[in-house]
Design a protein around this ligand. Structure first.
Ligand code: FES
Length: 244
């Protein structure tokens, strides 16, 4: 019985009224702190010499306004579980937020994602070089003769079949906008600068390995597999183009 009371006092932290009517008080805990009262303790009789108490085997009826040991234990465990899960969740969010924000594109990258070009000064037969996403961009105004030459080609004979209309905007077929990057190994072809070699098809010429592009910047000769890439773009006015 003494052992039972000692064990039970450890569980409750207060006074215990056992089935026998005896009262066990832990030292340092006054009567006014007795918030837990167990009216019946059944495990005492199960307590045999040499049998180690694994956990409190108690049954009891709670007096109104008090809690049983089981209730107390469950509620404490629930609280600990909820607190642990909540802390883990908050900690996870705190770790992930900086990582996610780090993955977002920076302001300078966003600024470079599109480029606006005033094409009003690009006269027929002229081309200018711009920069789009750190790569060269060719903006070329075709002459009527160059448009005619591009439209005269049998598209089915091309390595990368595309018409001039498919590579320009409706109503602006004379304005050809392409990346200035050879589709073979990425050299910058000639032909956009004044006096540069435009190659045998009058468009662009890549001297690295001899790729020649026509007036619609389509590959006509040499190792390049594809036409010069036409980027996404739109006219924001009659004279301004937004690329990207
Ligand atoms: S990189 Fe242009 S032909 Fe090879």
């Amino acid at each position: 019985m003494r052992a039972a009371n000692r064990h039970f006092g450890r569980l409750s932290g207060g006074s215990v009224t056992a089935k026998t009517g005896a009262t066990a008080s832990r030292r340092g805990i006054g009567a006014d702190t007795r918030w837990l009262v167990i009216r019946r303790v059944s495990f005492a009789k199960k307590y045999k010499a040499g049998q180690a108490p694994l956990m409190a085997d108690t049954t009891g009826d709670a007096i109104p306004g008090t809690m049983t040991v089981d209730d107390d234990g469950i509620r404490r465990r629930d609280f600990i579980n909820v607190a642990a899960v909540g802390a883990a969740g908050v900690g996870g969010i705190a770790v992930l937020l900086p990582l996610i924000s780090q993955m977002a594109p920076s302001a300078d990258v966003l600024a470079e994602s599109s480029t606006e070009i005033d094409v009003s000064s690009v006269q027929p037969g002229m081309a200018i070089k711009a920069v789009f996403r750190k790569q060269p961009l060719f903006v070329r105004r075709l002459t009527p003769a160059e448009i005619k030459a591009a439209n005269a080609v049998d598209v089915s004979s091309l390595r990368d079949p595309q018409t001039l209309a498919e590579r320009t905007k409706e109503g602006h077929e004379d304005l050809l906008i392409t990346m200035g990057v050879c589709t073979h190994l990425g050299c910058v072809p000639l032909g956009a600068g004044e006096g540069e070699n435009k190659g045998p098809f009058g468009g662009y010429f890549c001297p690295c390995h001899g790729s020649a592009y026509d007036t619609a910047a389509r590959i006509r000769k040499g190792p390049a597999p594809k036409n010069l890439e036409v980027p996404e773009y739109e006219f924001t006015s009659d004279t301004v183009v937004k690329v990207g």
